[in-house]
Design a protein. Structure first.
Length: 318
């Protein structure tokens, strides 16, 4: 049942795995509530502690920006040949507590330092599940052969936990803040774009036009293509153009790196009504917009976008 739900949400086909019995065992979730405070525990350890709702009745949230909280892996599925989709669960009556567009930071123990203290590897990730979803969040993670954290994620089994802190707000999206949003994403750089696309498309009062240029190494590397294609086919305000370095014979999209021509044809022209979002590996950032500064501020705008007349206030680098 869970696989079907995750597959439906993520538009991934699970094949034989759908047959396995992987129902989440909510029996293991013991909810202890009483008096003025509410504390939810999974099984024996304090996985998710939820403060009582605010006095103004604001919904309970699972994340805490000041505290590492353990989230339990509910399940994971292969999303492409080198990326996996992970679903983490928490109290089913709470939301994660994340505004669009935000990321979370994760940490995992990696050995000990000279004084015998636990060393941690810490990496940010961008949830792609609906921020209003209760009881779970999803991460789409590319697994690098030498990647410390992504290999750690790949080694996790259902029931294992990851420590999470957040949210960290990147760009505060508000409906109709711009008439036309252009997006340039490479590989897993699609994750913050998905947060914003989902926020726009699920809001009938948001009239923002969205144009996405999505670059990958090969057609097989395109993440969540099925979901993106269905969204574009059913929402006239979403246009997507894919380009790959290594096309197959029957590939109908663009070929090679994102070019000036692709930007001119596919994205809104420079204007006060335009915002271009960029997220991808360092090579793509350098080519398109220049990378962020060392202190993680936006840094100078360079690259194709600068050459085409966009200004710094028209571009946001994730
Ligand atoms: C704000 C933010 C949000 C992010 N959201 C996501 C997300 O939703 N999903 C996701 O998969 N990642 C995301 N990332 C990237 C993520 O934080 C890690 O950097 C990534 O998972 C690699 O970490 P690692 O520890 O596995 O690899 P590391 O141990 O840091 O690197 C080991 C080796 O892996 C390879 N490698 C690592 N990163 C890259 C790269 N970007 N391009 C090419 N080779 C690389 C290199 O060979 C490197 O030497 C995000 C990054 C930021 C800054």
């Amino acid at each position: 049942m869970f696989f079907r739900r995750l597959a439906k949400d993520a538009w991934i086909s699970f094949g034989d795995r759908m047959k396995s019995d992987s129902r989440i065992r909510y029996g293991a979730l013991a909810a202890i509530s009483g008096g003025v405070s509410t504390c939810y525990v999974f099984s024996s350890s304090n996985l998710v502690y939820l403060d009582q709702p605010n006095e103004d009745g604001a919904p309970k949230v699972a994340l805490n920006p000041d505290k590492w909280i353990e989230f339990k892996l509910q399940d994971k599925v292969q999303a492409s040949h080198n990326s996996q989709l992970f679903r983490f669960s928490f109290d089913p009556s709470a939301k994660l507590g994340l505004d669009v567009a935000s990321c979370i930071i994760t940490r995992a123990p990696m050995g000990q330092n000279a004084e015998g203290k636990t060393k941690y590897v810490i990496r940010p990730y961008t949830p792609i599940s609906d921020p209003n979803a209760k009881g779970y969040f999803d991460l789409l993670i590319k697994v690098y052969p030498e990647g410390k954290m992504s290999q750690h994620f790949a080694s996790l089994k259902p029931g294992d936990v990851v420590e999470v802190k957040g949210p960290i707000e990147k760009l505060r999206y508000s409906p109709n803040m711009k008439k036309h949003i252009g997006m340039i994403a490479g590989g897993t750089g699609i994750t913050p774009m998905l947060q914003i696309i989902d926020a726009i498309l699920k809001n009938p009062d948001d009239n923002t036009q969205v144009s996405l240029l999505y670059a990958n190494v090969s057609p097989d590397d395109i993440l969540l293509k099925k979901k993106l294609d269905v969204l574009a086919a059913s929402n006239p305000n979403l246009k997507i153009f894919y380009t790959v370095d290594n096309p197959t014979k029957d590939w109908l999209g663009g070929k090679g790196y994102i070019s000036k021509d692709m930007v001119v044809k596919g994205l809104p022209s420079p204007s006060d009504d335009t915002l271009i979002l960029v997220c991808g590996p360092p090579g793509l950032m350098k080519h398109i917009s220049g990378d962020k500064a060392k202190d993680r501020s936006q840094g100078q705008l360079t690259g194709i976008l600068k050459e085409l007349g966009y200004t710094e206030d028209m571009v946001y680098k994730f």
